[in-house]
Design a protein around this ligand. Structure first.
Ligand code: ADP
Ligand code: MG
Length: 660
């Protein structure tokens, strides 16, 4: 009789890192080992775990049902079955309002304005966080992997959409933690899809015709559509690393296979009403709705392979037989689906426009021609109509060799094996979705990291104070493309305290922004003379939806000119006031020592700058930044001698640095 060797088991388990696709509709777990990447499933047909969790039992100790059973009975238990939880991950209730109308369960506001789900159970209502719901899904995948592999699984690479922000990534990480999984790396879904096809793993770079390749990843899932454009810089030798960079993302958070199911259900319902089998003024009973939805999805799946499919639904009430029978052709399905599929083209255009900027292409068409490969992801890309439309749009045959449902999980597994040391040679590079910066005096934002910068990203900038004797400096961290803090989103704030009182402009505060490979932001500030420092990891309570990212970006273009003007005026006001104060102080002190004519010149220049600044502060829209700049410049030039005369000339070490 042999005993399992605990030592070797332990060693094996330590090296196991699984790859997980935590999807809106379906989730999967995969592994890549010496046998190659493969999805882990109890049986062949159960690779996909529906991302549905039902709570039941007493409120104090509820049980969860995860997967197919929860999905199939969602219509029966609309208030206790949680689906599409990914939409709420890391977001505030306010951010989620657009989604709420589609979610049958009750979403409420928790701490820090976060979205929570209120689940009615025996004896009361239980409030669960999106992280807990996702953790139930992750725990089911972990258990599945452990049962297939026969070893404990504690580490995972998990994928998220490329547009997920800090908060959404952090929430995903927290969900892993709750499920007993250490998420060793968060990878963008499109990057994982490219990896699954071995794009970027090509060791023999000499075989590559060019230095870099551009990959478009078209992901049409159950409820969301994402298009991402990646740049791959392949490794020049086996010792080096390949780089993936997300150049642009776009999509539609309300477009997917579910919409096609709903369109089919609407067709069935209409026909049942025409036959008088359904009342026109009420919704069908839950059991009928559930049946219709399941039939719709099944028919849709069959029509991806066959030219027609028969449906037969018994809607009888027990007294008379009512059998709804019908043949539906692929052409019929395609005409229903066409308007939905057409909507993907708009998002593709938008992403290409963004990517064109990155690629130095002058038009969308030129950017299109730069694309070397198109990868299909998501169950809905099985539809021949979708494949045709993609091929037509990009002018290339898309990659379809891998199952589009599995491709993200397989890529996550490939990345996991790279991280576990099982294979080497690829480093993933993703981008910061929105610019990050610090609020400066006057309400402008000094951007340290610009949108689309590849991660990991690091930037530092020097700041100083604007008021004498400041012993504490507030640092407010903002995300967004606009120039003024009020138009951006605050991610967090912290204070650099216990500074000895110093004159304005003397402290030298170095602020550092660091976005790690997972997109999590850390901000630190250190005052150079005193060595005082403070830092925050932005542990954001809520994130942005992609719609908001898109809107903020659009806004930034729309408002670019006025924003820039306003930022410039604010900076001129702040710096001008500091000049005036400095000159005023010197004049009081040194006045008697100055020639009267020089003194009069300074006073008149100062007074004209002051009145311009006062007017600009009152109404910035009618101020002329050029005129203020000129007045400030004239005063600065004239005050050079005053500086020479001044015995405290060292007091202004960095006249131009923005002040926090
Ligand atoms: P998500 O990324 O949102 O979790 P998936 O990639 O798993 O979603 O895609 C799920 C969607 O794919 C569902 O709407 C499902 O009906 C659809 N789908 C799966 N297989 C097929 C098929 N053979 N033909 C058409 N649609 C399919
Ligand atoms: Mg997906």
């Amino acid at each position: 009789m042999v005993h399992p060797d605990p030592q070797s088991d332990d060693q094996r388990s330590r090296s196991v890192i699984v790859g997980i696709d935590l999807g809106t509709t379906n989730s999967l777990v995969a592994i890549a080992d010496e046998k190659g990447p493969r999805v882990l499933a109890a049986s062949d047909d159960a690779a996909l775990l529906p991302s549905a969790v039902r709570y039941e039992g007493p409120v104090a100790a509820p049980r969860t049902v995860v997967g197919t059973d929860a999905k199939d009975r969602a219509v029966e238990f609309p208030h206790t079955t949680i689906t599409s939880i990914k939409r709420l991950m890391g977001r505030s209730l306010a951010d989620s309002t657009a989604d709420l109308v589609y979610l049958p369960y009750t979403v409420i506001e928790g701490d820090h304005a976060t979205a929570r789900v209120a689940v009615p159970l025996e004896g009361g209502v239980r409030v669960v966080s999106p992280q807990e719901v996702s953790a139930a899904i992750l725990a089911a995948l972990k258990a599945r992997a452990e049962s297939v592999l026969g070893v404990p699984v504690n580490k995972a690479v998990v994928t998220v959409p490329a547009y997920f922000d800090d908060a959404q990534r952090q929430a995903t990480r927290d969900a892993g933690h709750l499920a007993g999984l250490d998420i060793v790396r968060i990878v963008n879904e499109p990057t994982a899809a490219a990896l699954a096809y071995g794009i970027g793993l090509d060791r023999d770079a000499k075989r590559n015709r060019k230095d870099e390749s551009i990959v478009a990843v078209f992901d049409l899932g159950g409820g969301t559509f994402d298009l991402s454009i990646l740049r791959l810089t392949p490794a020049a030798s086996a010792a080096e690393t390949s780089f993936f960079q997300v150049l642009a993302t776009s999509g539609d958070t309300r477009l997917g296979g579910d919409d096609i199911d709903h369109a089919l259900v609407a067709l069935f319902t209409r026909e049942l009403r025409e036959r008088g089998w359904l009342r026109a003024d009420t919704d069908p009973a839950p059991a009928v709705r559930r049946a219709l939805k399941q039939f719709a999805e099944e028919v849709k799946h069959r029509l991806s392979d066959a030219d027609d499919a028969r449906i037969r639904i018994d809607v009888g009430d027990g007294t008379e037989s009512r059998v709804y029978e019908r043949t539906i052709t692929r052409a019929e399905l395609e005409s229903i689906s066409l308007p939905l599929v057409e909507r993907t083209a708009d998002a593709c255009d938008r992403a290409l426009r963004d990517a064109a900027r990155e690629l130095g292409a002058s038009s969308v068409d030129e950017a299109k021609r730069a694309i070397d490969a198109v990868v299909l992801v998501g169950g809905s890309t099985r539809m021949p109509l979708v494949r045709r439309r993609v091929a037509e749009f990009f002018g290339v045959e898309p990659y379809t060799a891998l199952d589009p449902d599995l491709v993200v999980a397989l890529g996550a597994a490939v990345q996991a094996s790279l991280l576990s040391g099982a294979s080497t040679g690829s480093l993933l590079l993703d981008v910061v979705p929105l610019s990050l910066g610090i609020e400066t005096v006057g309400g402008a934002v000094a951007k340290l990291i610009i949108r689309n910068a590849p991660v990991p990203a690091r930037a530092t900038e020097m700041f100083s104070t604007s008021v004498d004797g400041q012993t504490s400096i507030k640092l407010a961290v903002y995300q967004g493309e606009r120039e003024m803090a009020a138009d951006c989103r605050m991610l967090g704030e912290f204070h650099l305290r216990n500074l000895p009182p110093m004159p304005a402009g003397i402290p030298q505060v170095e602020v550092e922004f660091l976005v790690d490979a997972n997109g999590v932001l850390r901000v630190s500030a250190a005052e150079r003379r005193t060595g005082k420092h403070a830092a925050i990891q932005v542990v954001p309570n809520h994130g942005l939806t992609r719609d908001e990212v898109d809107r903020m970006e659009r806004d930034s273009f729309t408002h670019a000119r006025t924003d820039m003007t306003r930022h410039r005026i604010v900076d001129l006001i702040v710096n001008g006031r500091m000049d005036l104060k400095w000159i005023g102080d010197r004049l009081t002190k040194l006045g008697p020592k100055l020639e009267p004519a020089y003194r009069a010149e300074l006073e008149s220049l100062a007074s004209s700058l002051r009145s311009m600044i006062d007017a600009a502060e009152h109404d910035w829209t009618s101020a002329s930044p050029d005129a203020i700049h000129q007045a400030k410049d004239a005063l600065d030039k004239a005050s050079v001698r005053l500086q020479e005369i001044s015995i405290t000339e060292s007091l202004r070490s960095e006249p131009g640095a923005p002040k926090v």
